[in-house]
Ligand binder design. Structure first.
Ligand SMILES: Cc1cc2nc3c(=O)[nH]c(=O)nc-3n(C[C@H](O)[C@H](O)[C@H](O)COP(=O)(O)OP(=O)(O)OC[C@H]3O[C@@H](n4cnc5c(N)ncnc54)[C@H](O)[C@@H]3O)c2cc1C
Length: 289
């Protein structure tokens, strides 16, 4: 079964997220990670889209290579940042010509001081981009969602309203921002279902690999990090990777027991922790290939 078939059948999907390296020395790490994660036979590998500059081109290159050379279903992220409709069309046409089927359609982060500026003849919200893509193209489009509230949003209820709007304009699945507290995900999922959201909501997960990530996660995406995790990480600084793996593995086990639609790992282009976690889930029969 492929990614879409698994989602339709209610079998949990496995996906990984990579980013195009900014510096030349990042490519070796990316290729090593790709080699490791491809052995895990993921249902989908997604590649992020940068805020601007040359890494944007690389998103298209990497998804194309994933599909053609490694024969892995690949998803390109696209954002509205600094793009007119014509520019979005150029990207979408290239992806279509490369036979990429999946797109994660996003607004993107504000360019400066928390204020998002819509490009001339561009899009101001992700739902507008999703609507445009689905009106003109045949991609399978996904969207982002935020179980602990988007950092600019006034409430979780508003976020759910906008998730419903993304569904109504054509999103076929949603991937959450990373979270560490499963109960927050379950509460959000329940409220979303009550509000009419019926698309699969895939859990976004990130095993901690570096203690300095903690502050960055909080500031960038507003995710809540439990005190007991922070305490353990600070008490045993030389065991951060192992603690991150153990925490994330327990999170995955609990999510799978509670009927999660899929696990999406933000890898930061590192494979060690995710390989350990997924191998453990597979070896113990919690996640099927
Ligand atoms: C899984 C995942 C992958 C990501 N990948 C990337 C990436 O590759 N590149 C990148 O730059 N960023 C990425 N992001 C980050 C994302 O771009 C930011 O979180 C961004 O600030 C919001 O994007 P969105 O698509 O959720 O926007 P939207 O859904 O448009 O929401 C943006 C804000 O506007 C509000 N809003 C939405 N609709 C309406 C409406 N109709 N009326 C009023 N307010 C509204 C929302 O509450 C929110 O506060 C990713 C996030 C996730 C969860």
């Amino acid at each position: 079964m492929n990614f879409t078939e698994k989602l339709g059948a209610g079998a949990p999907t496995l996906s990984f997220e990579l980013f195009p390296p900014k510096r030349p020395d990042g490519w070796a790490t990316l290729y090593a990670t790709l080699s490791e994660i491809s052995r895990l036979k993921p249902d989908l590998v997604s590649v992020t889209y940068g805020a601007g500059g040359s890494t944007r081109e690389k998103t298209i290159d990497i998804v194309t290579r994933l599909k053609d050379e490694l024969e892995i279903d690949a998803m390109a992220h696209i954002t509205c940042v600094n793009h007119s409709r014509d520019e979005i069309d150029v990207i979408l046409n290239r992806l279509r010509d490369s036979r990429i089927r999946y797109i994660l359609a996003l607004r993107g982060d504000p360019q400066e001081k928390g204020i998002f500026r819509k490009a001339e003849n561009g899009f101001g919200y992700a739902y507008e981009l999703i609507r445009y893509i689905n009106f003109r193209y045949k991609f399978i489009t996904g969207c982002a969602t935020y179980p602990e509230k988007h950092i600019e949003s006034e409430s979780i209820e508003k976020d759910i309203e906008y998730l419903k709007l993304k569904q109504d304009t054509g999103a076929k699945f949603a991937i959450t921002q990373l979270f560490f507290i499963n109960d927050n995900f379950y509460r959000f999922r329940e409220l979303a279902v009550r509000a009419g959201v019926s698309i699969p909501i895939i859990a976004g997960l990130m095993p901690v690999i570096d203690i300095s990530q903690i502050e960055r996660f909080r500031n960038l995406c507003g995710c809540i990090i439990p005190d007991d995790l922070i305490n353990r990480l600070t008490k045993y600084p030389d065991r951060v990777v192992d603690i991150g793996i153990e925490y994330s593995l327990n999170q995955c086990l609990d999510l799978l027991k509670n009927g999660v639609c899929g696990l999406h790992f933000f890898t930061l282009n590192r494979s060690y922790s995710v390989v350990k976690i997924v191998s453990d889930l597979r070896n113990n029969g919690y996640l099927l290939s």
